[in-house]
Design a protein around this ligand. Structure first.
Ligand code: FAD
Length: 628
């Protein structure tokens, strides 16, 4: 058995899988140690990827050469672009996925990745160097030691996990899987701070027991798109395309709420047995009926779990109430009168490590070459976990090869926003991504993640040449289209009937296509359809390139303004603060500011300005001193 590796990744959830793939694809010899090989890339909760802001993250992971986008596409049973009616910064791809296929595809991709070895076991202990400053390896439950130059911990919800259902408490990291014991205790003894968080999941139902005629149908997009910038990744696109599976919508009602309330006295949440904070934006049904008691009903999405199973996920009905209460309440939902449960809903409490203990590379401040990624850092969600895994894998590889770290900034990627938020501000409740967290969201669109990130990733040796060629072709094509639209004019006779049909004023003379496109009700696809001349010119470009050019033209002014703002921020990011800077020497800084600067050790003025509790006056004082 080989016991020495470049990098060991602990845990094969979404973070661990991306970490292992990235490090191995960059050339590191990787060992992926996970408790159960059957649950690699298990979707612990909803069988879906992407959504608002999360979809942008999946596109970014794909643009960097990660696998989550490809696997989400291949295992999709439905695709929707959310927020199409809003501006392009808000467009968010989302797939409903076949849960089992998602996991098996991940395992297949990893097995086909050279440089990845696997070991099924529980990691119980970390091996620390004799001088106590760096990590050297792991010891497993079977008593085997593995050595590595860097370790990435991605334990998810497993660290001292406790599952709650009504008054029952069961030790576990997920239902049917054991909790991870030992790591938290050791890290805390070494000086790390840990905390508790909680999350929950709804019951799973037998589809054959549901009456769909009482529910609304929610289909996928008529023309499905995909996450990956590569071809042939979606089953819904191309000559052999297959039909998407619809979801359904139903609602709770007052009777359902009344039954749920009968379980409150046994609720682990309301009786104080759960201490950890749960995800604010993904509350349990008992939380919803309490916090929004004025609402008569709550929407539920009935989501199929895959192509070849009758199991159904009841999105919106996460609960940890006693099983009999769950069952009774479910049967009062329209369409659920005869519902049979496969598995009950439950809540889980687990340890996390406040992420302010990390560097922006996701390496811990206390132990060299130890990285944390995913739910262990206080985040929630597959996408948030996957992108941290990718970045930890990349940075672990770069560090052990003495190469400069990769830190994505806030104007470059949602991934940059997420890591910067975690490290500089921390979080005491499960952190999920929103578009509102990004100050430059018009720059961080799902359509341009490849333009933003693929060239960068290619330079690191991760995104391959094929990806880079595609991006270059797209950029070149979009420029040519913009050039054509700016320098050629539409004929009024050709376009006026169409313009009238969309309530847009007639053209009285030849007008540049660019100006016609800037009108609110006019799209590039419509212009191309109406104008044979334009159709001929545009026929050499694919849909994605035309869409890219269209967004750049339609939102030109806004995008330019946002770029200018980002550049101002970049200037602050380029003002470096020496690691040994003596904040105590600045008399005019308040005690709180000094304490926070010493704690968070910002490397730049930009980072210093984002620490919570730091105000513009503190930054002005700092700037004056740095100026001196
Ligand atoms: C019940 C439940 C409900 C959830 N609800 C939601 C929700 O509503 N919304 C949402 O966005 N997210 C939800 N999540 C969270 C979501 O599942 C996670 O955000 C995501 O899976 C985190 O990915 P990860 O890679 O960090 O960890 P995980 O996916 O949890 O993977 C951790 C991996 O590490 C392995 N592991 C752990 N400890 C060890 C060890 N010591 N040795 C070896 N291997 C180890 C495990 O076997 C597992 O493979 C829920 C999770 C659970 C369990």
């Amino acid at each position: 058995m080989t016991n020495e590796y470049d990098i060991i990744v602990v845990g094969a959830g979404h973070a661990g899988c991306e970490a292992a793939a990235a490090a191995a694809n960059m050339g590191s010899k990787v060992l992926l140690v996970t408790m159960n090989m059957q649950t690699i890339a298990q979707m612990s909760c909803n069988p879906a990827m992407g959504g608002i802001a999360k979809g942008q993250i999946v596109r970014e992971i794909d643009a960097m050469g990660g696998y989550s986008g490809i696997i989400s596409d291949k295992s999709a049973i439905q695709f929707r672009m959310l927020n199409r009616s809003k501006g392009p910064a808000m467009w968010s791809p989302r797939t409903q996925n076949d849960r089992m296929m998602f996991a098996s595809l991940w395992r297949e991709m990893l097995e086909q990745t050279p440089n990845v070895d696997f070991w099924q076991d529980m990691v119980k202990e970390l091996i620390i160097s004799a001088d106590g400053i760096s990590i050297e390896g792991i010891v497993t439950g079977m008593g085997i030691s593995f050595k590595a130059k860097a370790i990435v911990l991605t334990n998810g919800t497993f660290l001292n996990g406790i599952i709650h259902i009504g008054e029952k408490q069961i030790g576990g990291g997920r239902t049917g899987e054991s909790a991870s014991i030992g790591i938290t205790e050791q890290l805390v003894s070494l000086g790390f701070v840990s905390g508790r968080m909680k999350t929950g999941t709804p019951p799973r139902i037998d589809s054959r027991s549901l009456d769909y005629s009482k529910m609304e149908v929610q289909g996928g997009d008529e023309v499905a798109d995909k996450f990956s910038y590569l071809d042939n990744t979606s089953p819904f696109i191309g000559p052999n395309s297959i039909k998407q599976i619809p979801c359904h919508v139903s609602y709770t009602n007052q009777q359902v709420h009344d039954i749920l309330k009968t379980g409150f006295e046994k609720s682990p949440m309301f009786q104080g047995r759960i201490q950890g904070l749960g995800p604010r934006y993904c509350p349990s049904i008992e939380d919803k009926i309490t916090r929004f008691s004025e609402r008569e009903r709550h929407q539920l999405f009935i989501e199929p779990e895959g192509w070849n199973t009758v199991e159904i996920y009841v999105n919106g009905f996460s609960t940890s109430l006693p099983i009999d209460v769950q069952q009774k309440a479910l049967q009062l939902i329209p369409g659920f009168e005869k519902a049979k449960m496969f598995r009950p809903g439950y809540a889980i409490e687990y340890d996390y490590f406040p992420p302010t203990q990390l560097k922006l590379t996701l390496e811990t401040q206390l132990l060299d070459n130890l990285y944390f990624a995913g739910q262990i850092n206080g985040t929630t969600g597959y996408e948030e976990a996957a992108c941290q895994g990718l970045m930890a894998g990349i940075n672990a590889h770069l560090k052990i090869n003495n190469k400069p770290a990769l830190i994505l900034s806030r104007h470059q990627a949602y991934i940059g926003v997420l890591i910067d938020d975690l490290v500089m501000k921390g979080t005491d409740e499960p952190y999920r991504m929103f578009t509102s967290r990004a100050e430059y969201r018009l720059l961080l669109r799902q359509d341009n993640a490849d333009i933003r990130l693929t060239p960068l990733s290619n330079k690191l040796g991760l995104a391959n040449k094929d990806r880079l060629n595609r991006v270059e072709t797209k950029i070149d094509g979009a420029n040519k289209i913009i050039n054509y639209f700016k320098n050629n004019s539409a004929d009024p006779n050709t376009l006026n009937p169409f313009l009238e049909s969309v309530n847009s004023a007639h053209l009285s003379q030849k007008t540049r296509y660019f100006n016609v496109l800037s009108r609110p009700n006019v799209s590039a696809a419509q212009l191309i359809e109406q104008d044979t001349m334009l159709l001929k010119e545009m026929s050499v470009f694919d849909k994605e390139t035309i869409e890219q050019a269209e967004i750049l033209m339609k939102y030109e002014g806004y995008i330019e303004r946002e770029k200018e703002n980002a550049e101002k921020q970049i200037r602050l990011e380029e003002l470096f603060i020496k690691p040994d800077f003596n904040y105590n020497s600045i008399k005019s800084l308040g005690a709180e500011a000094i304490e926070k600067f010493i704690k968070y050790k910002p490397q730049t003025i930009g980072q210093a300005s984002r620490i919570s509790g730091i105000n513009p006056a503190d930054i002005s004082v700092l700037l004056v001193y740095l100026g001196r």
